[in-house]
Design a protein around this ligand. Structure first.
Ligand code: SF4
Ligand code: SF4
Length: 108
């Protein structure tokens, strides 16, 4: 077995992470999370658990899901204690969730 010093250097993304330039939601699983604001208690468990950081939060309020990067894993739906996020099959005529605009800060 090779020592780590002998392994070839791996790939590098120039400039670090580029989520604003690369939208990876196009290869979602075929299901997408849909957010029901009326059931949300803003616990932010979905935000904590989402592996893609696609839960949009503004002033400690859950605001929706960025489909630009959501992969449809369903973890947010599983983590939500109130059923405010449900996974549905993707179609082209579903209502769009709030999207983060380029340069817009999303914070808690
Ligand atoms: S389905 Fe997965 S990637 Fe999409 S918002 Fe939920 S946890 Fe994040
Ligand atoms: S986990 Fe559910 S209740 Fe909590 S912030 Fe997310 S959508 Fe709202």
């Amino acid at each position: 077995m090779k020592r780590y010093q002998e392994l070839p250097i791996g790939g590098v993304i120039p400039g670090g992470a580029t989520p604003h330039l690369v939208q990876t939601g196009g290869w979602r699983s075929g299901k997408k999370p849909v957010f029901n604001e009326k059931l949300c208690v803003n616990c932010l468990l979905c935000w904590v658990h989402c592996p893609e950081a696609t839960i949009l939060v503004e002033r400690s309020q859950m605001r929706g899901i960025s489909y630009d990067h959501c992969k449809g894993c369903g973890i947010c739906s599983q983590a939500c204690p109130t059923g405010a996020i449900v996974m549905v099959a993707e179609t082209n005529d579903e209502p769009q969730m709030p999207q983060q605009k380029a340069g817009e800060e999303v914070c808690v």
